[in-house]
Design a protein around this ligand. Sequence first.
Ligand SMILES: [Zn+2]
Length: 443
Amino acid sequence: MEEINAKGVILRAFDEYRLKSCIDFRPRNEEFYYISVRKLNGCFSYVGRTLSGQQLSIGRFCDSMATVQHEFLHALGFFHEQSRYDRDDHVKILFENVEKGFENNFEKVNKTDSTVSGLPYDYNSVMHYGSEAFSNGKGPTIVTKDPKFQDVIGQRQQLSPIDVKELNRRYKCNSTTAFHMFCSFSNGSMCGMNTCSNTDNDSGWEMVKQAQGGPETDHSTLPTASSKNGTEEGYFMHASTARGEEGKTSRLETKMMEPTRECHVQCLQFYYYHSGNESDILNIWIREFDDQFDSEGTRRLMGQITGPQTSHWRIHHVSLNATKNFQVEFEARTGAGNSSGGFSIDDINLSEIECPHGSLQIDNYMESNNNKSIIYSPRQYTIDGYAYHESALPCPELAPVKIAHPPMDLDSGPCVPRIFGFSPAMVASPALTLLLALMLSMP
Ligand SMILES: [Zn+2]
């Protein structure tokens, strides 16, 4: 299981690179330069393109997202952050606390070789050592000049925004490999989407700040957000099923998108809130177009939401497999019963990667955190039919949670204080949505 987990994590790490940069990874054909990923002793990589076929090791306990991303950043030419030529302006290395024989890990890289790209020193970089790295047990080896960053250095959750910027500058990326669109409807922008309905005098989907019957706010600015004073409440899209008759349909369609990756998989991620009748339906379609003369396109139903109301915004994923230019269409359909609300959607994200195979959403996290017991996801299945649960353990010192995949020991997993998701604009929601993405069924 350990190998399966490592493989899944590595594939997820590749997808994160595809989402955030123009870097792509593919199996080797005849290429002279390549990376051979092995399970050797420890986690390591050479810096840059040094050997024709360099070995990169994802050893035991190295199978976490950020560690894999860290090693691949080395292979992509990155040194450790505290090796920058100007690091003495930002951190102090306490050599008296460094274990004998390991001092060379704290050497500086000269100005011409430093990977700086005109960007500021980044305490939050996934390439920065933690304060106790190579300590002989007599205290920290790195002290930040600004004390508030002392506990920040060494984060191993994800690429920092500056890591991403640096990667994109070094590789001259103008776009990303897999990211297509994100629409938060903030500032009242529809991101080029259109609405229509089959009812006169009712345009169907509307952009609102709150909806009759709920929700009271958009997804990303819930009232208990830590930034509650600074944030303007945002917009979301709402289709009422309280007005109009049974069979009324309201459609919201995205602008045209073009699949660019050969794999022809796309993941649509969005948040929804259902405050209507349980017979109301939200259909998710794609409409594919043969060529520029095809004005109608061909519609295929890809997903459906119906049933009881929700008490919170819920995350939802729909796997798409468009092979031609396509639009996504959200169709709210009024059912038979009485409704005092409708469907709402927010923070739509479309990427050319596989959807997560499992997700676990913890609502009212701040309250549920109090009992500090393990929270289990609904049962998930691997492609071979093995059942498993995802588990999340609240982590008091590093709010909010520690996650573990089944093969991992709960006591050795990383603490994860951020949300896992696809959104490049990472949304910190107080009713914390924790997204666990496992790619167990990938070949
Ligand atoms: Zn390293």
